[in-house]
Every structure is written in structure tokens, then in C-alpha cells.
Ligand binder design. Sequence first.
Ligand SMILES: Cc1cc2nc3c(=O)[nH]c(=O)nc-3n(C[C@H](O)[C@H](O)[C@H](O)COP(=O)(O)OP(=O)(O)OC[C@H]3O[C@@H](n4cnc5c(N)ncnc54)[C@H](O)[C@@H]3O)c2cc1C
Length: 376
Amino acid sequence: MARCDALIVGGGPAGSTCARQLCRAGLDVLVIDKQEFPRDKVCAGWITPAAVASLELDLDEYASERVLQPIRGFRIGTIGGPATTVRYEAAASFGIRRCEFDHYLLQRSGARLALGEPVRSIARMDGAWLVNNRIRTPLVIGAGGHFCPVARMLSAAGDKQQAIVVAQETEFALGDGERGDCGIEQDAAQLYFCPDLKGYGWCVAKAGYLNVGLGREDSHRLSEHVAQFRAWLRERGGAPRDLAERFNGHAYMLYPESQRRQYDDGVLLIGDAAGLAYPRSGEGIRPAVESALLAAQVVRAAAGNYSRVSLALYAARLEQRFGKRIAGRQAAAWLPPPLKRFLAARLLAMPWFARNVVIDRWFLHSGQPPMLPGAA
Ligand SMILES: Cc1cc2nc3c(=O)[nH]c(=O)nc-3n(C[C@H](O)[C@H](O)[C@H](O)COP(=O)(O)OP(=O)(O)OC[C@H]3O[C@@H](n4cnc5c(N)ncnc54)[C@H](O)[C@@H]3O)c2cc1C
């Protein structure tokens, strides 16, 4: 029988960040992941400066062996409509490749690793957890993403009533001259909103790679929306060639609408497992990292008492950071669709709106300073 002070299920950004903090606090931490690393994760691979700060990422060290693309500009508009470009003096975000990024963070965490092993069973026995009939631990932290087995165990009723984002992407190496052929600016991300504002498509160049995808808050006919976006990009020369027919898909939940239980006796959920991604941008890495910092702080304060009452502090800290949870849709559903389309196309192509509202507020959350590990 293997034993550890804390078992973290999932070695993505949430799991590796929490593991690092708990190791620093002197706990014996085991991270279990169903995949061998390096592994890929369906994602645009865009991280904000706040996520960089919370991760205490040394950009020079990171970039010495991996792709790190500073993003200094954004082309913003609607699919089929007008667009505008906004530029920043310094890097306003970074493009990374998840196969490199997640591997780096997990190796850096200092935790023991059990990779290539899916969590198949979690049972409560004598006040502790028995996982896969071979690991005994007083604390399980669910960081397994949207389909996390720990989240499934906590939300017995399922997620049927909750708003789920569905997204698809493809990432590929650009051949010689391909970038120039379609006018892709290396340091500018392109964001094109769906006319009904229920999602957006993107093109993000990172060194020799291009990531193209589209995500929507409405799961109906996603592949049709992706196909239309692909066709539109091709028509206007926005992609270097015919993009693959099949994109890779994944789902996740946005805060504050997600209603998953976040904790219980001896268990906490962090990152996508808890449904914490930002609305509008769909950014999930920053909240995954921040929730991991908060969880580690609460675990340290609990000093071995992982009762439900003791871990309730975690839910309070999440609410302090991300606001109260709200059941049901809160988007501008009251606007008649034609008016929404009319306003969206015009507003999004206005430089002032694109910069101050879309990028600074919706995507960079510039009013919310990063959470630093020491201060979490
Ligand atoms: C198409 C798309 C584009 C996106 N683009 C961005 C973006 O550009 N920027 C951004 O910030 N966010 C983006 N997101 C969201 C972001 O990818 C997630 O919010 C983020 O990965 C959450 O991190 P996490 O650590 O919680 O979970 P994950 O990164 O999903 O990690 C979960 C880990 O758990 C493991 N696991 C799952 N099940 C089991 C099991 N049964 N047993 C053991 N291990 C298991 C998985 O193998 C995985 O390694 C995007 C999402 C999608 C779908």
C-alpha cells in the first residue's frame, strides 16, 4: 500500500501548482495522472501576465528550451464582419505549447508522480481515502479537469443544468513562408466573435506554430460553427492553407454559473474540476493556478484537520476571489438577436472598445491584480 499526505488527481496547471505549494510546505505529495507526460491538452495555449506572475515563471529560463511567444497586439472583430487592431508597448500575453508548459510545471513541482495511471476507484475507509485500491491518503485534491473523477464523485447529480463551453482547436507547424502568405503577424493574436456573441474563433501564432480554434457557450452545432469559421478564414486569406477537417474538442465550465461542489470531508476541487474558467474569454489557466494557490493555503492552515468544516474556508476564499456563484444564464439574453448582432459587429470593431473592454477587461482582467503565492 502506497501512502502520501495529499494525493492530487491531475497534473495540469492546477494540479502542478497545488503540488508545488504543498511540497514547499513540507507535505509528501503524490500527483496521479492518466497520461504519461509530456502530453498535449486541447487549448489555444495563451497565458496572461497575471498567470505568469502567479506561477512565478522565469520567462528567460522557460524560453531557453521551449516556445514562448510574446503577444503585443490583437486583431478583433466578428466572423464575417469588420475588425480592428490594437497594439501594446510590452507583451500583453504569451503563447505557449501545452505539451511543453504542463510538463515543465509538473517536473518543477517537486512532487512524486504516478503517470499513465487513471484513477478508477476512490473509496472512503476509516476516515481516509483509498484510491485505486493501492494509495491511502487523508486528502484528495481533484485537479483532473472537466471530467475529473473526483468531481464526478462529489457531484452525484451530474452537471445537466449547468452551462458548458465546448471548444475545438488544431495546432500545427507552419511551413517556410506560410506565415507571410496569409499575413499572420507573429506577435498578434486574432479574435473573431460569433455574431450572436456566444463564442469566438481565434488564430494564435507561436514561434513556428499556429493554433486555430473556436469555442462557444452553446453546445449545439459546434462543428458547423467551426467549419464556417474555417471557410471564412480561408476566403479572406487568414489561414495559410486548408485547415484540417477534424479539430480536437473539449468542454469546460465557466464561473460564476458552474455549481459543482468544491469540497467535502478530506477532498477539494481545483481548476476546471471546480468549473472556474473566466466567462467571455474562457481563460482557464489563471483561475486554475489561483484556485490551486488558495487550496494549498487552506490545506496548510487546516494542519491535518481535513474535515468538511475545516475545508469550508476554501469555498469562502474562492468566493472572495471570483465572486458569488450565480445559477442560470446571465449573458445579455434580453437583447433581441438582430440588435445584438448589429451592436456586436460595430462595437467590436471600434478601437476604444476593443482595447478597453475586450482586451483589458474581458481578457486580461487588468483591474484584478495577480495572486502571488506568498500573498494568497
Ligand atoms: C479549445 C480550448 C482552448 C482553450 N484555450 C485556453 C487558453 O488559451 N488559455 C487559457 O487560460 N485557458 C484555455 N482553455 C482552458 C484551459 O485549457 C483549462 O481551463 C485548463 O487546462 C485547466 O487546467 P486544469 O489543471 O484544471 O485541468 P487540465 O489542464 O485539464 O488537466 C487535467 C489533468 O487531469 C488528468 N486526468 C483527467 N482524468 C483523469 C483520471 N481519471 N485519472 C487521472 N488523471 C486524470 C488529465 O490527463 C490532465 O492531465 C482552453 C480550453 C479549450 C477546450
